[in-house]
Design a protein around this ligand. Structure first.
Ligand code: AR6
Length: 180
């Protein structure tokens, strides 16, 4: 299933896929980082849809995910997931980060979206160490696509070269059957 996953350098708002994953916060009301970039590129309909979801479901806790349309983005939908804030690793951060990826993939499967792009969730404002976060991202996605055979294509979009190198190393380790 490894060929389904790849990593690239770029701006996640510019890359066409079926569904883009946003690293949101529990309010779903937008923010900085990739959340800000996604709302900016999508236009105001995205925030309007997020407000509706928020009214219907309340806040989105860490590890959970919700889905909306994609406004002007080159995608059919946006999955908003909330990663954990890094507190040193003793507060279930690894489990919550894995759940954020897993629940995003479940929503993509439920809506029959075949390609999905992920940013490096939690590694910006939320302070999760990048190497450990990349390992969890690749291991969680690999486990999911191996079991479910879906989605067909998973793209890890990295915003800087050092993050890309971390993902490439994880993917190479997986190809060499090394445990992550
Ligand atoms: N495309 C791809 N990756 C990006 C982009 C982009 N356009 N912009 C930033 N990144 P962050 P978090 C990378 O802080 O840590 C928001 O305010 C960035 O380099 O966006 O999960 C939310 O509202 C980093 O590697 O998300 C929350 O309050 C990664 O995306 C909070 O930040 C994630 O960084 C969430 O924090």
């Amino acid at each position: 299933m490894l060929q389904r996953m790849c990593a690239c350098l770029g701006d996640i708002t510019q890359i066409p896929v079926d569904v883009i994953v946003n690293a949101a916060n529990p309010s779903l009301m937008g923010g900085g980082g990739v959340d800000g970039a996604i709302h900016q590129a999508a236009g105001p309909t995205l925030l309007a849809e997020c407000k509706l979801v928020r009214q219907q479901q309340g806040e989105c806790p860490p590890g959970h995910a919700v889905i909306t349309g994609a406004g002007n983005l080159p995608a059919k939908a946006v999955i908003h997931t909330v990663g954990p804030v890094w507190h040193g690793g003793e507060q279930h951060e690894a489990d919550l980060l894995a759940e954020a990826y897993h629940h995003s993939l479940e929503l993509a499967t439920a809506n029959d979206y075949h390609s999905i792009s992920f940013p490096a969730i939690s590694t910006g404002v939320y302070g999760y160490p990048s190497a450990e976060a990349a390992r969890i991202a690749v291991a969680t996605v690999n486990r999911y696509v191996t079991r479910r055979g879906h989605p067909e294509r998973v793209l890890f979009v990295c915003f800087d070269a050092s993050t890309l190198a971390l993902y490439q190393q994880c993917l190479a380790d997986l190809a060499a059957h090394k445990s992550l």
